[in-house]
Design a protein. Structure first.
Length: 225
């Protein structure tokens, strides 16, 4: 039986911000499935990146799904802007939402896929009651805020546990792993249960972004048992 295809969602956080259009075109050319936008506000995380205008600027140049990861406080204030800018999926951090179910409804009503992200320390229990209402669960495998950090090995059991919970109670939910993903660990992460892999520095540290994406795809295929 054909194995379900693993989704590769490169993060543009590690791209050259002075040539973002070219970076996205190269990712598309290299076979990326989604484009991952790491939005940071300097409050929820100690870094500041870009807002909805970046999504809007790139939307006309790429028809891949735009996977927007909001590492911001009060995401409900900006979700409409990202939906209007052309986001296909919007992921909020459970830790940033006092009324998470209301934010899930807000994203859904705007016609976007709904994701919830958990920081490394946050237990899976926090999403138990709302898991059936979302489309994607993002397990952070680094502390959010920066690219190029080392994968937190402690998160591997969490990935396994998350996939079991999804299979048991919300099998439609995609499990996304984000942070420290590379060709060296990609295959293992999918065997642990990841459906979607986010990678930034491992893609943009390759000679070209195309080669970075292809290295991930090859790693997913070549180490088949
Ligand atoms: C970190 C971001 C990640 C990060 C991934 O806060 O959410 O998407 O950019 O970058 P790498 O692959 O370099 O860890
Ligand atoms: Zn991210």
């Amino acid at each position: 039986m054909q194995e379900p295809k693993v989704v590769i969602a490169p993060s543009i956080l590690s791209a050259d911000f002075g040539a973002m259009r070219e970076a996205v075109l190269a990712l598309h050319d290299g076979g990326a499935d989604w484009i991952h936008f790491d939005v940071m506000d300097g409050h929820f995380v100690p870094n500041l990146t870009f807002g909805a205008p970046m999504v809007a600027a790139l939307r006309p140049h790429c028809n891949l799904p735009f996977d927007v990861h909001l590492m911001i406080e009060h995401p409900e204030r900006l979700i409409p802007d990202f939906a209007a800018a052309g986001a296909n999926g919007i992921t909020v951090h459970a830790e940033a939402c006092v009324h998470l179910h209301r934010v899930i409804q807000q994203i859904r009503e705007l016609g976007c896929s709904v994701g919830v992200a958990l920081n490394p320390h946050t237990p899976l229990e926090i999403v138990r009651h709302i898991l059936p209402a979302i489309d994607l669960l993002l397990i952070m495998t680094v502390n959010p805020g920066f690219g190029g950090q080392a994968f937190i090995e402690l998160m591997k059991p969490k990935i396994v546990e998350a996939r079991l919970i999804i299979e048991r109670s919300a099998p439609h939910v995609l499990l996304q792993v984000d942070g420290g993903v590379s060709p060296e660990n990609a295959r293992e992460l999918t065997e642990l249960g990841a459906h979607v892999l986010v990678a930034g520095s491992s893609v943009f540290s390759a000679p070209t972004p195309q080669e970075g994406v292809r290295a991930l795809r090859f790693a997913l295929m070549s180490q088949k048992a």
